[in-house]
Design a protein around this ligand. Structure first.
Ligand SMILES: [Zn+2]
Ligand SMILES: [Zn+2]
Length: 118
């Protein structure tokens, strides 16, 4: 099976630091398989986040969680579409680590993500 791979940038909700999430497209669904710390200059150099990711995204069992605080999930901001790590129950409030937008989280199967634009 052909595998597509991409890296989406996310920020940690507790420390605001940047990390990359490796996603693999398997059978038309994006699977989050890895997360790693990265600096803004390195992410820019690698071109991470330039490609928007849309569709169904699934956090796989292999996903190690946020490399800074260990949160196993993430939320996509309703305003800027970027990712912030997240560990609480769906429905709790969150604050976007990128733009400061805050609101309640909602469960979703389908996403439109933008990782770059730093
Ligand atoms: Zn975190
Ligand atoms: Zn935001």
């Amino acid at each position: 099976m052909m595998k597509e791979k991409t890296v989406v940038l996310s920020k940690c909700a507790s420390c605001g630091q940047l990390f990359g999430i490796t996603m693999e497209r398997i059978g038309g669904i994006w699977h989050c398989v890895w997360a790693f710390k990265i600096s803004e200059s390195m992410a820019h150099f690698e071109g991470y986040g330039d490609e928007p990711v849309s569709g169904n995204i699934f956090v796989s069992d292999e996903y190690p969680g946020c490399p800074y605080c260990g949160n196993m999930g993430w939320v996509s901001c309703g305003d800027c579409k970027k990712l912030t790590c997240y560990g609480a129950e769906i429905g709790s409030d969150f604050t976007c680590a990128w733009c400061g937008h805050s609101g309640a989280t909602e469960a979703a199967d389908s996403f439109e993500l933008r990782g770059g634009g730093m």
